[in-house]
Ligand binder design. Structure first.
Ligand code: IMP
Ligand code: MG
Length: 182
């Protein structure tokens, strides 16, 4: 697996330090609000479990799965709900926890959907943000983000290429020949 990685972009230590800072900030902002923390499977799972352990206030956990790129490295703009929440978010302060914002389609869609279900507020916490890649007309911004990344396809710490590399403990850039040969 490691031989497919061209370079390490964010080390385990860099990720852990930043995630702890984000957790402290969310704890300050949401103390007493019992936020509903929504994990977007599967990409956000590593970030979610580390982030939540860095937020020392009362909160609840729930999970959603949405369609991903599959083997393609560009978003289709379509979002399909594959697994829905198991609890109501009506009158709740929701924080959507996502791995990365790229075109912004996924979170624009999810934010509207959860707002329509009566959430009191909705915020977005994303580990990575690629602001240069927003699709035309998408104005979405993250409320909490870990790192900005450029126009590179990254894997590891939950992020995949064709369902592989999620278990790398750091975030790396894949060698171009890996996806060019597919
Ligand atoms: P968006 O709807 O274009 O913002 O896409 C967000 C989703 O695309 C993320 O949840 C990821 O699953 C996937 N994605 C975007 N960029 C990358 C990347 O560099 N590596 C791995 N997955 C990515
Ligand atoms: Mg994802």
């Amino acid at each position: 697996m490691e031989k497919d990685i061209a370079k390490v972009l964010l080390s385990e230590e860099q990720i852990q330090n930043r995630v702890r800072e984000m957790g402290a900030q969310i704890a300050r902002d949401y103390e007493g609000k019992n936020p509903a923390m929504v994990c977007i499977l599967k990409g956000a799972v590593m970030f979610y479990t580390d982030l939540l352990r860095a937020i020392p206030i009362k909160l609840t956990m729930d999970f959603m799965a949405v369609s991903s790129y599959g083997k393609h490295t560009k978003s289709s703009g379509e979002v399909e709900i594959r697994k829905d929440l198991s609890t109501s978010i009506e009158n709740r302060h929701v924080i959507i926890v996502e791995d990365i914002i790229d075109s912004g389609f996924t979170l624009t869609y999810l934010t509207r959907m959860l707002a329509a279900r009566g959430a009191s507020s909705i915020a977005i916490a994303t580990l990575l943000d690629k602001p240069s890649r927003r699709a035309p007309g998408i104005t979405l911004k993250s409320d909490y983000y870990g790192f900005e990344v450029g126009n590179e396809f990254v894997v590891g710490y939950g992020l995949d290429y064709a369902e592989t590399y999620r278990n790398l403990p750091y975030i790396g850039v894949l060698k171009p020949e890996i996806y060019e040969n597919n």
